[in-house]
Design a protein around this ligand. Structure first.
Ligand code: C2E
Ligand code: CA
Ligand code: CA
Length: 699
């Protein structure tokens, strides 16, 4: 008995095979993307059902395409078994192609299982016809069809695995092509299997029942196409929403990796990239650019004394101010801590980078209130230019950093443009550290004295003792350069003792010459101030020299005072109860709060020299601070000293503001001990002696 093929249904089976193959490809890809998702098992199962239905439909339509000259029916349970086989095969296929590595062994094992499964599905399906007598198969054709099924399965697995990632070029076209190959292979296997079947003459179909093959084919086709297209649609929707959220997560990850979490500014990595781009750009257009290295002054002590919360808020405000007024091509990045970098592009002239630096200094100096605390910040800025000061990000940042260090050395709240000798600063500080020990024992240190004057009468109200170091090879080393080194090495305590002894020795000398009893101010660095037995130590030295405590004033900076406010209060009280006076130094450069003036009973406030420059510029900053401080100081009976007064106009402005005293180059530079002795002799009748204070403290 021979049958005939309905060409339309054969074509239809090919179409279904193609769609099932394509769905398999898409599913492998989708499942791969879902590798770690919670829904993966669900998708795997659903995908296997859909793909199984597809393969099975192709096979069933193929069977329907073949019509025998007898009535044919299908046993339901056997048909269902073939469907289950198809779904199981699909499950194995999808699980293999969508996960892990596809080793040759894995490909062979999975491909063989799949091929056998497909063949089993096919012959189970044929068996559902329940022919009597049983269908006889031509062995070699059966073997061939199984062989084709296995090879087709391996090819399908390999293709699906290779095309499972989304980074393949022309992915859709390749998947479509692969689906065509797979469809041809699967239908080929099917029709070889069909041709292996020999129906004996007079065979009967025990499943019986008149079924219209065309209708059945149509129903199966529509069902399977619906399932397959539905699966593709669902998968497309799910993976695209997944890829959107994946993209979003990636973007976020990228952002986190390239930006600083606190300030949202680009981080060091992003900065290096930006500079590299600027270098490349520069090579094309020869437009130099500048790198500004910005370090906040005294930030560490804000953090230490007021807590990280306040420190963080302060950094955010500073970041915001750095961003202001920059062109969109310029970049602000945070390197970490209190270090920021601005890249200024297209700086045809050096002055444009300098203008940016000045703008930054000005914006940072505006009042900041954090948590109700009025804080004040300033910054030190180093500027380096490409290509002059470095050829890449590392070199440029290094140069700008060295220039920033130079800005710190020259008194902070300022900027410096890189110069080649600045590179030696690190080396130099090593040399200085090594030589500082010898400086103390070899008599390289000395004291200078800078008088303070009354604004109203120009009489001499006191003097500040300032240390000097004359290095045998390097010459004069400014205290701002070696004091920090002495602090880091711990030598500052010994140096501090020496300063005090030297001051006492000079006082004794002046007294011996019958000069007025002038009060000498001695600077205490933070490390010295925090020495546990500070007051006892000072008393010991002063007592040994036979000097009256009222002849000495100790200057501590705001930042020193703020490190541990409780301890500061106690130390100040202890010093004052012994008859010493205490001044707050560099007022306005830390996180000045007038509230601190009430809290610590200072005898004198020394307003930082940076405010004097403002008086000259006619700026509001200096006069506003000065008049506020003067008003409060009057009420609290604290003397106000303006430091760094260099010009007549500053002096006049201070007079109008009713400031008590001035200290600065205008009236006298710091003088070496011998010169000061001469000065004191000349000014003897204009010296306000500290005897009154002494009388008050002893009385
Ligand atoms: P300071 O305590 O603020 O000292 C005042 C500084 O301003 C001195 O710098 C002084 O020379 C300088 N100065 C005075 N008048 C003017 C002026 O009109 N214009 C300008 N531009 N500057 C003026 P110097 O001597 O270089 O000392 C720098 C810092 O080093 C001092 O700042 C102080 O913090 C520290 N220092 C100096 N001597 C000692 C010391 O014996 N012990 C400790 N611990 N620190 C010291
Ligand atoms: Ca001082
Ligand atoms: Ca000062």
């Amino acid at each position: 008995m021979t049958g005939v093929y309905n060409p339309l249904l054969v074509c239809l089976s090919l179409v279904v095979a193609f769609l099932a193959s394509y769905t398999a490809m898409e599913l492998s890809g989708g499942l791969n993307a879902l590798a770690n998702a919670k829904r993966r098992p669900l998708w795997l199962l659903g995908g296997a059902v859909s793909m199984g239905v597809g393969i099975w439909s192709m096979h069933f339509i193929g069977m329907l395409a073949f019509s025998l000259p007898i009535e044919v029916g299908y046993d339901l349970s056997t048909t269902a078994a073939s469907l289950v086989l198809a779904v199981s095969v699909s499950l194995i296929a999808l699980a293999t192609a969508s996960r892990g590595a596809l080793s040759q062994r894995r490909l062979c094992v999975a491909g063989t299982i799949m091929g056998l499964g497909v063949a089993a599905m096919h012959f189970t399906g044929m068996h559902a016809m329940q022919m009597s007598p049983e269908i006889e198969y031509t062995n070699w054709k059966v073997a061939l069809s199984v062989g084709v099924a296995i090879v087709a399965s391996m090819a399908a697995l390999w293709l699906a695995f290779t095309l499972r990632t989304s980074d393949v070029d022309n992915l859709v076209a390749k998947r479509l092509g692969a689906a065509v190959i797979m469809a041809v292979a699967i239908t080929g296997m099917h029709y070889i299997g069909m041709s292996a079947a020999n129906f004996a003459a007079g065979s009967l179909c025990r499943s019986g029942g008149k079924l219209d093959a065309n209708w059945l084919a149509l129903v199966v086709t529509v069902t399977s196409l619906t399932v397959l297209v539905g699966t593709l649609g669902l998968l497309g929707f799910y993976t695209s929403s997944l890829s959107i959220s994946l993209k979003r997560a990636n973007r976020q990850l990228h952002y986190l990796g390239t930006h600083d979490a606190l300030t949202n500014l680009p981080n060091r990595q992003q900065l290096s990239l930006h500079i590299a781009q600027a270098v490349a750009e520069c090579a094309r257009r020869t437009s130099p650019f500048a790198v500004l290295f910005i370090d906040l002054d005294g930030f560490k002590s804000v953090n230490d004394s007021l807590g990280h919360g306040v420190g963080d808020d302060l950094l955010q405000v500073c970041a915001e101010r750095l961003r202001q007024d920059l062109r969109h091509t310029d970049m602000v990045a945070r390197l970490g801590g209190d270090e920021f970098v601005i890249v200024v592009e297209n700086v045809a002239e050096m002055s444009s980078a300098v203008a940016v630096a000045n703008g930054v200094l000005q914006r940072l100096s505006q009042d900041i209130v954090v948590n109700g605390l009025p804080l004040r910040v300033s910054a030190s800025i180093g500027i380096a230019f490409y290509p002059r000061d470095g050829g890449d990000a590392d070199e440029l940042l290094h140069s700008a950093d060295a220039a920033m260090y130079a800005a710190k050395q020259s008194g902070r709240n300022t900027f410096r443009v890189f110069e080649p000798q600045m590179n030696h600063t690190a080396l130099k500080s090593l040399i200085l550290q090594r030589d500082l020990h010898r400086a103390l024992s070899d008599g390289q240190l000395s004291m200078s004295f800078q008088p303070k004057f009354s604004v109203a009468s120009q009489s001499v109200t006191g003097v500040e003792a300032l240390i000097r170091w004359r290095h045998p090879e390097l010459g004069e080393i400014p205290p701002l350069e070696f004091i920090p080194i002495a602090e880091r090495s711990g030598l500052i305590v010994e140096i501090g003792d020496w300063v005090l002894q030297e001051v006492c020795r000079n006082i004794a000398l002046w007294d011996a010459q019958g000069l007025p009893a002038i009060c000498v101010a001695v600077n205490l660095s933070p490390i010295q101030f925090n020495v546990p037995d500070l007051v006892a130590r000072i008393n010991g030295l002063i007592g040994a020299a036979g000097v009256d405590p009222c002849r000495l004033m100790f200057e501590i900076t705001e930042t020193t005072a703020m490190q541990n406010t409780e301890k500061t209060s106690r130390t100040i009280e202890a010093l004052q109860s012994r008859g010493y006076t205490v001044a707050i130094d560099d007022f306005g450069t830390g996180y000045s709060s007038l509230g601190y003036l009430q809290r610590f009973r200072f005898d004198q406030i020394k307003i930082d020299g940076s405010f004097m420059r403002d008086l000259d510029d006619g700026g509001q900053r200096g006069s506003a601070l000065l008049s506020a401080v003067v008003t409060l100081a009057r009420a609290l009976q604290i003397e106000v000293v303006a430091e760094g007064v260099e010009t007549e106009s500053q002096f006049r402005a201070l007079g109008e503001l009713a400031c008590d005293q001035v200290q600065g180059f205008l009236l006298s530079r710091p003088l070496p001990a011998t010169e000061f002795l001469a000065f004191l002799r000349c000014a003897a009748d204009r010296v306000v002696s500290s005897e009154r204070a002494c009388a008050a403290s002893t009385g």
